[in-house]
Each structure stands twice: as structure tokens, then as C-alpha cells.
Design a protein. Structure first.
Lengths: 344, 226
């Protein structure tokens, strides 16, 4: 659906020049929800703005559908842009127009009659759940409602693609959640391809099928979301994965010499990590029964990502050393990562 | 009542028709020149906005020239502009005196000011809106009218109000050098003949006009702010 070929975007300021996007190649399939994650300044916005050519890449090619956008004339590009909806962090609704007038804004010269435009806008406002706000001005809406209005506006020309640049970054966690659910619903019901730019790993975790991680203008890692979380390869990716989990907090506790980490004889602190699509069912009770060791869970973080459980546990294990070693071997055999963090 | 008015402003009461005629002349000068000022001011204000660095139709040459010419005209005192533009006025409207003769200098004196007002009103428009409109496939002309101008109506209304009030001040000055209107009336009938009540009467009329414009301007600005 979207293919970026070796996109470079250079900004120059006098004699200094700098690549905000530095040779990115990406393929985004039809119907996907594709995440692009990275810390501030990584070049995410610049990259996504290269998809609809709000930003003209310095070099590289952009294909959307079967058209090469980078080869189109200005007016051809304008009509292609109508097939690519876009929503923004700060919503970008027009304050002088009511919600419904904002939604029909892109329909001018679409050939529809006024009545058809309004009908279409109302049906979209119903779809996003704010039809009762049709005649309100944006200033009277909450952040979540504004983003819903912006989504309705982005969808009104029946686009095949929706680009979301930090669309939930200005919203509280609950509202973020509801907007993400809405995006997922739109993806399912309309089959629209979504590109989600974010620095919130949770957003990626919630709805994306695949994701790319950006750093310094480059895509440093790309994978389906489960593997991205289960086996992060790059330090940035690991930093993002750690942000969503509390399993790394054990290191801080040990550093602080928390009483929790004062171990007695035969005790050790271990971290279990579900690496593959291995279920986590009765692991703890199986270990204690089979190997006669006590397991005290101090952190647990198990989530379902892409339909599979992912995450791990931090436990204090108490048992004879040979039993603990046997248990570790068993865990490795079923592909659970085991790491002894501290032993007495 | 008439006796009372006669006693406090005897000269004005004798010249009421002249006062009325001068008021009409002032309004004529204001609104005829305003029609041109509005059109040119919007055009130049929009041009300044879109040709600026990072603008919709970035064009450094156009921006620099327009910017410098506007600064030049704003730096020249109006009274000097009045004198310098006599030949231009003769060439365009055929005369340099009376209401018609005042129009050209009023336009030259006010367009630069109003262009800046428009420029600063448009600068308040969130660049995000322009970007959103571009992303929707809106044409550049569409963005100018449907985003820049439409979204800045409250700020434009304030700019229009200030400019009109300024313009009325300038018509009075033009009047003093032979263009008719209230300025001329105050100077010729009042000041030169030592009839202070005539001067005061023109002040009262001007205050009323200015207040009305301010009230309407505030109303439009308020009504269009959502
Ligand atoms: N118009 C511009 N001129 C010069 N530099 C720019 C321009 N736009 C972006 N940059 C630079 O390019 C880099 C990438 O910016 P970009 O906005 O794409 O980052 P981002 O990943 O979206 O960050 P954030 O999460 O903060 O939105 C930044 O260092 C930024 O300063
Ligand atoms: Mg950004």
C-alpha cells in the first residue's frame, strides 16, 4: 500500500546541513496498522510528512497504491492526497467552523451536493461517536472529542490510508485508549491502512500489527509487534520495551538495597522472560511442585500482544541449589528466558 | 432647546448645513478610499504572508520588495505624502483638491498600514491548520481564502477598525490642506476665524463617528470569535 524507497530529507541552515530522515525504506501492507516509534527528534514526523509529501524528500521515492507520488504534478498530487487522511497531535480543527463544517471542509469541489455532504459527514460523526456535537464549535469540545472530529474529517473523502502523527499524545491515558480503540475499529470496519507515529510504546502495543523503531533519522529495527517486544534487538527498542514493563525496576531496588532484596541462604532473585509464543499457564506452581522450590513473585508483567502473552516475572526463589539449577534448565527447555539477577 | 444651543454655540448653529455637508464629505473620503485600501491591503497582506520564508508560495524577491516599499511609505509623514502625491493625484483622478483629490493620498497613506494589519492578523493563524488543509488536498488559493482569511476574521475585524479610525484622522488632515470635509471646516471656518465652538463641534462629530466604528468593529470581532 505504501512503499518508501530510500527516503532522505535534508534540512540545511546556511552551510550546516542535517538529515532529519536518513535513508528510510519501508513497506506497509494494505490493511495494516503500522507503528513508527522513536524518541523526540528521531525524524518520525518528518518521515510521515514525506508519505503525503507535505515534506518533499530530498531524495528517494514514495509509492502509495500503484502511484509514485514523487513523480506527480502538483495538481495530481492534490487529488492523491485526498485519498490519504491525516490527523495530528493538536487536532488542527478550524476554530471558526462548527464540527460538521470542519468535517465537510475537504468535500468542496467533490461533486457532491450540500445535502449529500452533510449526510456523509453525519454518518462519519456517528461512526466516531460525536454526532451530537455536530453543531458545536471546536472550542466547546474536549481533547478526545476534538480528535474524533478530526478523524471524521480525515475520513470524509474515503481515504485508503490514515496517517496519525502523535494523535494521542495530547490526551490523557483513558482518552488515548478510547481513540486507539476507535482507530482499531476503523481499521477493521473500513479496512483502512493506518500509520501510527508515536513515542508512546503502549499505543503500539495496543493496536499495531507491525512497527518500526526510528533513531537519528534511520529505521533501526522493524518487526511484527510481538517479536519487537519479545526480542528487542537494538538498545532504543529495549529502552522502549522497558518503559512499558516494570520488570527492570528490580535493578533499582537492588541498587537501593531495599529490604526486599536482602537474601537468605539458598535464595536468589531471578527474572523469567517469555520469549516465544509460549504460554505462561501454571509455570510457578509447576516449578514449586516439581522441583520443590518456593517462588515469591515480586514483579509480574504479562500482557497479551498480538494475541500472545508476553512479559515475565521477577521472583525470589528459595530452594536447594541443585533444584534451582534443574528448574532453570527446564525453563530454558521450554524457551523461557532465565536470568539470575542476584544470589545469596 | 434651540435657544440654549444658540447661546453655547452660536456660530455652529448658523452653519449647521455646512457642518452636515462637511460630515458627508468626510464620510465620502473615508469610504471611497476605504474600498481601495481594503482590497489592496488584503492583497498585499496575503502576499506578505504567503511569500515569507516558509510560506505557501515562498518568494524572497516579492517579499523583500513589498516589505521595503511598505516600510518606505510608512516612514513618510502623511502631510509630506499629500504634497508629493499632487502630480500622481492629478494624473489619476484629474484633480489634487477637494474630496476627489484626497482619495489618492489617503490610499497611499493607509494601504501600507492596513497591509501590516492584515499580515499580523494572518500570522495568528495556526500553521497546523494550513498543514491540515494541504494534507486534505486543498489548493493554495483555497487555503488563502478558506483557511487564512476565514480563520482570521476576528483579528481582521480588529485591524479594519484601527485602520478606519486612523483613516478618519488622515481625512481631517487632508481636509486642512484643501480636501473639504470636517478638517477643512474646522480649519477654515473655526480656526482661521477664531470660532472655537466650530472646532469643538467637529471634534464631537468625529468622536461620534470613531465610537460607532469601534462599537461595530468590536461587535463583528466578538461575533466571529468561537
Ligand atoms: N523545517 C525544519 N527545518 C529544520 N530542521 C527541522 C525541520 N523540521 C524538523 N527538523 C529537525 O528534524 C529532526 C526530526 O524532527 P521530527 O519533527 O521529524 O522529529 P519527531 O521524531 O517527530 O520528534 P517529536 O517526537 O518531538 O515529534 C529534529 O531534529 C528537528 O529539529
Ligand atoms: Mg513529531
Amino acid at each position: 500500500m505504501i512503499r518508501l524507497e530510500n527516503i532522505v530529507k535534508t534540512y540545511s541552515d546556511g552551510d550546516k546541513s542535517f538529515n532529519a530522515v536518513d535513508g528510510v525504506t519501508l513497506d506497509i501492507a494494505d490493511g495494516e496498522i503500522y507503528g513508527i516509534i522513536g524518541f523526540s527528534g528521531a525524524g518520525k514526523s518528518t518521515l510521515v510528512r514525506c508519505i503525503n509529501l507535505l515534506e518533499m524528500p530530498t531524495s528517494g521515492k514514495v509509492f502509495v497504491g500503484d502511484k509514485e507520488l514523487t513523480a506527480l504534478s502538483a495538481s495530481e498530487l492534490r487529488s492523491e492526497r485526498k485519498k490519504i487522511g491525516m490527523i495530528f497531535q493538536h487536532f488542527n480543527l478550524m476554530a471558526s467552523r462548527t464540527v460538521i463544517k470542519n468535517v465537510i471542509f475537504p468535500l468542496q469541489y467533490s461533486g457532491l451536493t450540500k445535502a449529500q455532504m452533510y449526510e456523509k459527514a453525519h454518518s462519519l460523526l456517528k461512526l466516531v461517536g460525536i454526532d451530537d456535537k455536530a453543531d458545536a464549535y471546536p472550542s466547546a469540545l474536549s481533547g478526545g472529542q476534538k480528535q474524533r472530529a478530526a478523524i471524521a474529517r480525515a475520513l470524509v473523502s474515503d481515504p485508503q490510508i490514515l496517517l496519525c502523527d502523535e494523535a494521542t499524545s495530547a490526551l490523557d491515558p483513558q482518552t488515548t485508549d478510547s481513540i486507539l480503540k476507535l482507530l482499531k475499529k476503523l481499521n477493521k470496519e473500513l479496512g483502512i491502512t493506518i500509520v501510527l507515529i508515536t513515542h508512546q510504546m503502549n499505543a503500539v502495543k495496543e493496536i499495531c500489527t507491525r512497527a518500526a523503531v526510528m533513531e537519528n533519522g534511520r529505521v533501526v529495527e522493524e518487526n511484527d509487534v510481538f517479536n519487537l517486544f519479545a526480542n528487542p534487538q537494538q538498545p532504543v527498542t529495549r529502552a522502549f520495551v522497558d518503559m512499558t514493563s516494570n520488570l527492570s525496576r528490580i535493578n533499582a531496588l537492588i541498587e537501593e538495597r531495599s529490604p526486599l532484596t536482602e537474601l537468605k541462604k539458598w535464595q536468589c532473585i531471578m527474572r523469567f522472560k517469555y520469549l516465544e509464543r509460549s504460554a505462561c499457564e501454571a509455570l510457578v506452581s509447576y516449578l514449586s511442585r516439581t522441583y520443590n522450590i518456593n517462588l515469591n513473585i515480586i514483579f509480574g508483567n504479562i500482557e497479551i500482544i498480538g494475541g500472545n502473552p508476553i512479559g515475565g516475572l521477577v521472583v525470589i526463589a528459595d530452594g536447594r541449589p541443585e533444584d534451582i539449577t534443574a528448574a532453570q534448565e527446564y525453563l530454558r527447555s521450554i524457551n523461557v528466558g532465565v536470568e539470575v539477577i542476584l544470589s545469596a | 432647546m434651540p435657544e440654549f444651543l444658540n447661546s453655547i454655540m452660536p456660530n455652529v448653529m448658523k452653519k449647521l448645513p455646512d457642518l452636515w455637508e462637511s460630515t458627508v464629505e468626510t464620510l465620502e473620503m473615508t469610504f471611497i478610499s476605504w474600498a481601495f485600501i481594503f482590497v489592496f491591503g488584503i492583497i498585499f497582506g496575503v502576499l506578505l504572508t504567503v511569500t515569507k520564508k516558509g510560506g505557501l508560495l515562498q518568494n524572497t524577491a516579492v517579499y523583500q520588495i513589498l516589505d521595503k516599499v511598505i516600510n518606505l511609505f510608512r516612514a513618510v509623514p502623511f502631510i509630506i505624502l499629500l504634497i508629493c502625491l499632487i502630480p500622481v493625484s492629478r494624473a489619476i483622478v484629474g484633480t489634487s483638491i477637494g474630496v476627489a483629490g484626497a482619495i489618492v493620498p489617503l490610499i497611499f497613506g493607509t494601504v501600507p498600514f492596513f497591509s501590516r494589519q492584515v499580515e499580523s492578523a494572518l500570522a495568528e493563524v495556526d500553521p497546523g491548520l494550513v498543514e491540515a488543509a494541504e494534507a486534505m488536498g486543498c489548493s493554495r488559493i483555497g487555503i488563502i481564502f478558506r483557511v487564512y482569511l476565514k480563520e482570521s476574521i476576528p483579528a481582521l475585524a480588529r485591524g479594519v477598525t484601527i485602520t478606519l479610525i486612523n483613516l478618519i484622522g488622515l481625512t481631517a488632515m487632508a481636509g486642512a490642506v484643501g480636501a473639504g470635509g470636517l478638517g477643512n471646516f474646522a480649519y477654515v471656518q473655526g480656526s482661521q476665524r477664531n470660532m472655537n465652538d466650530i472646532i469643538y463641534s467637529t471634534v464631537v462629530v468625529l468622536v461620534v463617528i470613531v465610537t460607532l466604528i469601534q462599537i461595530i468593529g468590536n461587535l463583528v470581532s466578538k461575533k466571529s470569535t468561537h
